[in-house]
Design a protein around this ligand. Sequence first.
Ligand code: HEC
Length: 89
Amino acid sequence: MLSLGANDVTKGEVLFLKLCWGCHHPTAEAFGPSFQTIARKRTNSEIQGQITRPDLLYKQLGYTRNAMPPFTLTSEELQDITKYIQSFK
Ligand code: HEC
């Protein structure tokens, strides 16, 4: 079970607005898939792998090219952004 702290979701949202918003939207398809689509089909480790090493994950996730840049986040930031994404499930 995923326990959602409201505080972590807020921190995740701040990261989203700063780093991901140009290409992802919470519920609508944009340049990248929506966070809702992602939350419904991916595990936390797939999400975190894609954020940190999209060059290693994109094929496993079914993409033919890697159009997303890698992000260097602290493990706390990774947890926060993952909780934020999973909150749209
Ligand atoms: C420059 C545009 C861009 C930015 C910025 C970006 N992404 Fe992406 N992302 C994409 C695209 C495009 C894909 C689809 C895979 C591909 O084509 O490389 C993707 C795929 C993903 C996936 C996997 C999708 C799936 O099928 O499960 C996740 C998770 C993800 N992005 C999370 C993030 C997060 C979190 C951030 C911010 C920290 C972020 N992305 C920033 C463009 C971007």
